[in-house]
Design a protein around this ligand. Structure first.
Ligand code: GNR
Ligand code: NI
Length: 174
């Protein structure tokens, strides 16, 4: 397993639409293991492959509480098959937007189709944190970030802050 670095805004690769995985083979399983290690190290509860600069429709997650045994989940080519009309508010964060947290409103329940670690087709009905996290990660593989669900004022404020920090880092390197 290998630790990979997580890319952050304003990296334009976070806006790519990731490609479908055609065959779930050992290279995909190795990618998922590296993603899991990177996610645990961060630490975070979910990670999309594009966050380590791999534009593939692959997501890992672990929602186990601290002190509970690890419960890794693997999703290849996840897609929302159904979303409830009722909404839920959750405070979200993103490893690609460090130290920024805001409440996001999303459908409270979703049904998601995906392929598992062996490539078998599965469906899962989710509510609560799992529903929120699945939607957050499926957004990532479509080039969407949680700040896109906020007001334009809030989104532009955080994007500008990170753009400015990136420019400063560049000028220091020069
Ligand atoms: O670690 C994470 N926590 C989190 C909290 C609320 C809603 C979504 C998330 S996902 C995030 C990790 C991440 O950036 N995944 O893309
Ligand atoms: Ni994220």
């Amino acid at each position: 397993m290998a630790l990979r670095s997580i890319i952050c805004i304003p990296d334009p690769r976070l806006r790519l639409v990731s490609k479908r995985v055609e065959v779930v083979d050992d290279s995909i399983r190795t990618l998922m293991d590296d993603m899991l290690e990177t996610m645990y190290d961060a630490p975070g509860i979910g990670l999309a492959a594009i966050q380590i600069a791999e534009p593939l429709r692959v997501v890992v997650m672990d929602l186990a509480k601290k002190d509970d045994p690890p419960a890794p989940m693997f999703f290849v080519n996840p897609e929302i098959l159904w979303a409830s009309d009722d909404k839920a508010d959750y405070e979200e964060g993103c490893l690609s937007i460090p130290e920024y947290y805001e409440i996001v409103e999303r459908p409270a329940r979703v049904k998601v189709g995906y392929q598992d670690r062996m490539g078998a087709h599965q469906e899962i009905e989710a509510d609560g944190l799992l529903a929120t996290c699945l939607q957050h990660e499926i957004d990532h593989i479509n080039g969407v970030l949680f700040v896109d669900h906020l007001s334009r004022l809030k989104r532009e404020r955080v994007m500008k802050k990170f753009q400015k920090a990136a420019r400063l880092r560049e000028s220091e390197q020069a």
